[in-house]
Ligand binder design. Structure first.
Ligand SMILES: Cc1cc2nc3c(=O)[nH]c(=O)nc-3n(C[C@H](O)[C@H](O)[C@H](O)COP(=O)(O)O)c2cc1C
Length: 206
């Protein structure tokens, strides 16, 4: 028996902690997408969220190449995905490649480029959650093929491919392995594993 969207979201949504932003509680990375188009107004909103991310020296090194289903850009991004991702990502209505300028405006190396792209992309995924959209980032793609197909200049570093769209029922996925992952509880390290008062000593937060 498989679960409905509502049932799987109940499992996946973050246990309520007072004061968390609702979008943080609701964001997770489904693989089941229903192919429904995302409006250009909502697409604008998710990139507007990325736009307002903080960045080192306000360099704003992020760039996004957006492919809407049926477009050449979508097909090019899709063609670079590893087989595991191809098995589900083709139902996302938008595929986006995030890249970052590895050089600052004055031509020096920007050591924070990918860091800033990640921050902007986190903002994008939270805004999407706020709009009832699902996102799923992928590192499983051929970077060289993506660089060539999308003509990304050499001084841009490649980040993740982001699938964006509306969530579908887990049962719509292509195989049992994907369905199993779709309904599995999410796991996270406890705070004491990564918040320290001195190196290796858990901070006393409570
Ligand atoms: C940079 C990055 C690369 C990822 N690569 C893949 C991928 O290639 N395929 C995939 O199915 N999920 C991929 N994921 C999704 C992660 O597995 C997922 O975010 C993680 O398990 C946490 O789950 P959550 O996003 O639902 O909280 C990636 C996520 C990130 C941020």
């Amino acid at each position: 028996m498989t679960l409905s969207i509502a049932e799987v979201n109940k499992i996946k949504h973050n246990p309520a902690v007072d004061g968390l932003l609702p979008a943080i509680a609701h964001r997770w990375s489904p693989r089941a997408f229903d192919g429904r188009p995302v409006s250009s107004a909502d697409l604008t909103r998710v990139f507007e969220a990325a736009r307002w991310a903080a960045s080192s020296s306000n360099e704003q090194p992020w760039r996004y190449v957006v492919g809407v289903q049926g477009s050449d850009t979508y097909n090019k991004i899709f063609s670079t995905l590893v087989a595991f991702n191809k098995a589900w990502a083709g139902k996302a209505s938008v595929l986006i490649l995030g890249v970052a300028s590895a050089k600052t405006g004055s031509g020096r190396p920007n050591g924070y480029a990918l860091y800033d792209l990640g921050a902007a992309t986190a903002m994008l995924t939270l805004q999407a959650a706020e709009l009832g959209l699902a996102t799923h980032q992928m590192g499983g793609y051929d970077q060289q093929a993506a660089r060539e197909a999308l003509e990304i200049p050499a001084d841009y570093a490649l980040g993740s491919v982001i699938a964006l769209g509306y969530q579908a029922e887990p049962a719509s996925l292509a195989n049992d392995q994907l369905i199993e992952r779709e309904v599995a509880p999410r796991e996270r390290k406890p705070l004491h594993d990564f918040v320290f008062s001195a190196w290796g000593t858990p901070a006393d937060l409570a």
